[in-house]
Write a protein of this length. Structure first.
Lengths: 165, 383
């Protein structure tokens, strides 16, 4: 009897969830844009070296790529608990400490997105099976939690850097 | 709920990653690889979770970074004698680019007076045959003229190291201690299509690679070429080529012959250190053949006419005589008979009187090692 009542309770919870979610599913009120940049050293018109940010040009191994992800609330209601997630593309190594964005807290994952946290708190298994502190190249995902709800029409950027392996 | 949904989605992403991981390359992502990045956002409106929104994929092509290393193998000069053919120096060419390439192999000679690879001074030029660079086929280690016939490195794999032989002739005019410095340069070569992707044409050496779009923004759909090599012995930083040097040292035999004599006996003093060269005296001639060169001298034949007014003393020929410096110690070495036949002629030295050359003695030895003397003695009586 005890088991049965527990089970039915769970079913009820699931049902209530699905009814609650359905009406809102159609509203696609956040837009997301993802761009890749790189900083190059140029000589400006005064003859002085200057760092210029441009869309990725010469991407050879060792090049640092800057990803800028822009989110914008295109809906009519505030978007809450906004979490932006970016799996690190294959061939890139995350540069520690570069995940940032105004009004967000950033976290990384080194296990394919199961556990998130600050990089220095994460560990990975080495080839010999021993645990070691995670490094930038171990990062599989970066996510940013936007601290406050995003009001309609508002937008923001989150960014990180990664090196082409 | 939100976090649970996220983790479920991300597990799927992990499975994908593991499938792709083996493509991680020691020397970097291969040129032409598409790097695609898609971000997603999870959020709620009015406390209700919304469908995740994905960004459009941000993609670019990995460009080609050319990096090549040429390294001399062995660290010592190749020793050769004047007139020697097919003398080999060995190098390795390593393609550390993130792309397959051909390598054009060029040999240049040091200018006279230049300091050569291993500390000498260039003093002559070797003779370069029409084809003089050969890539190791892998069938048999070392230069094999029948097997190693490729004159350039064709479709040189990423992270691949190939052995290259430089094969030259030494002019007959070269003298002992001559040095010829040479440099092997490997030049990256490629054929590309309209997107910059490498097009392999087996057996055909592509044109030398050039950097692309150096002064303009990138076409994300075009694989640009960037030189990332270091400077070699004769080439510059980031020029799509690399070089290393080696050298040939010429060694040859240098033969000097000296002849000395001493009076062994005279009719009045007999065998005495005080014997005088009077008629009837026995005089011993010492022939010293001195090889002061750095290579062995082979097939030595020395002929010496018996002086007028003297008579050869029968059976007085001796070869491989010992003694200090150019001097001969009488009675040492090996006695030779006077004819030019028999085992004594090739044991290994030989000598005869009046057989090979009338009125003369002839001394033979198959070889005199570098910086070694060979001495022989014979006696005459004074008329």
């Amino acid at each position: 009897m005890k088991w049965l009542s527990h089970n039915s309770l769970r079913i009820f919870a699931l049902a209530s969830l699905s009814t609650a979610v359905l009406p809102a599913l159609a509203a696609d009120s956040l837009s997301l844009k993802n761009q890749a940049f790189q900083d190059i050293s140029v000589v400006n018109k005064d003859g002085k070296p200057e760092i210029k940010r441009q869309v990725v040009t010469k991407a050879t191994p060792g090049t640092e790529i800057i990803y800028v992800i822009t989110y914008q609330n295109t809906g009519k209601k505030p978007a809450e608990k906004v979490v932006i997630n970016n799996p690190i593309p294959t061939g890139l190594a995350y540069r520690p400490g570069t995940a940032e964005g105004a009004g967000t807290s950033a976290e990384v994952s080194v296990d394919g997105g199961k556990v998130y946290g600050a990089l220095e708190t994460l560990q990975v298994k080495d080839v010999d099976g021993a645990l070691r502190a995670a490094k930038g190249e171990d990062v599989t995902h970066v996510r940013w939690m936007v601290v406050t709800p995003v009001a309609p029409g508002r937008q923001g950027d989150v960014t990180y850097r990664a090196m082409l392996k | 709920m939100s976090s649970k949904k996220t983790s479920l989605r991300l597990v799927a992403a992990t499975g994908l990653m593991i499938g792709v991981l083996p493509q991680a390359f020691a020397l970097g992502t291969l040129a032409g690889t598409t790097i695609s990045n898609t971000a997603s956002v999870d959020y709620e409106v009015g406390g209700v979770n919304q469908t995740d929104v994905n960004s459009l994929a941000s993609t670019f092509l990995v460009d080609r970074r050319i990096n090549v290393t040429v390294a001399e193998v062995g660290g010592v000069a190749t020793i050769a004698v004047p007139g020697a053919l097919a003398q080999v120096t060995t190098f390795t060419v390593s393609n550390t680019s993130n792309a397959i390439l051909d390598y054009n192999l060029q040999v240049t000679q040091d200018i006279s007076g230049a300091t050569t690879a291993f500390g000498g001074t260039d003093s002559f030029d070797v003779t370069l045959p029409v084809t003089h660079t050969f890539v190791e086929s892998g069938a048999t280690a070392g230069y094999q003229p029948v097997e190693d016939t490729a004159t350039f490195s064709d479709e040189h794999p990423v992270d691949g190291t190939r052995t290259v032989y430089v094969v030259v002739n030494i002019p007959a005019s070269a003298v002992n201690n001559d040095i010829a410095g040479i440099t092997l340069t490997a030049i990256a070569a490629q054929s590309t299509d309209g997107t910059g992707a490498y097009v392999a044409t087996p057996g055909v050496l592509a044109a030398n690679a050039a950097q692309t779009n150096t002064g303009s923004a990138d076409d994300p759909a075009f694989i640009d070429t960037v030189f990332g090599d270091v400077a070699g012995d004769t080439d510059a930083l980031r020029d799509g080529r690399h070089s290393d040097d080696d050298q040939y040292n010429v060694v040859t035999a240098a033969i000097t012959v000296t002849k000395s004599s001493s009076v062994i006996s005279d009719p009045f003093n007999g065998i005495s250190v005080n014997a005088k060269a009077i008629p009837g005296a026995v005089v011993e001639y010492c022939l010293d053949i001195n090889n002061t060169g750095a290579a062995a001298a082979g097939t030595i034949v020395l002929t010496d006419a018996i002086p007028t007014n003297t008579q050869f003393v029968a059976n007085s020929l001796r070869t491989a005589v010992t003694g200090a410096g150019a001097a001969c110690t009488s009675g040492t070495g090996m006695a030779e008979d006077d004819d030019d036949a028999g085992a004594d002629e090739t044991d290994p030295d030989g000598a005869d009187y009046n057989a090979t050359t009338a009125g003369a003695i002839t001394v033979t030895t198959p070889s005199i090692a570098a910086v070694t003397r060979f001495k022989a003695t014979f006696q005459v009586t004074v008329d």
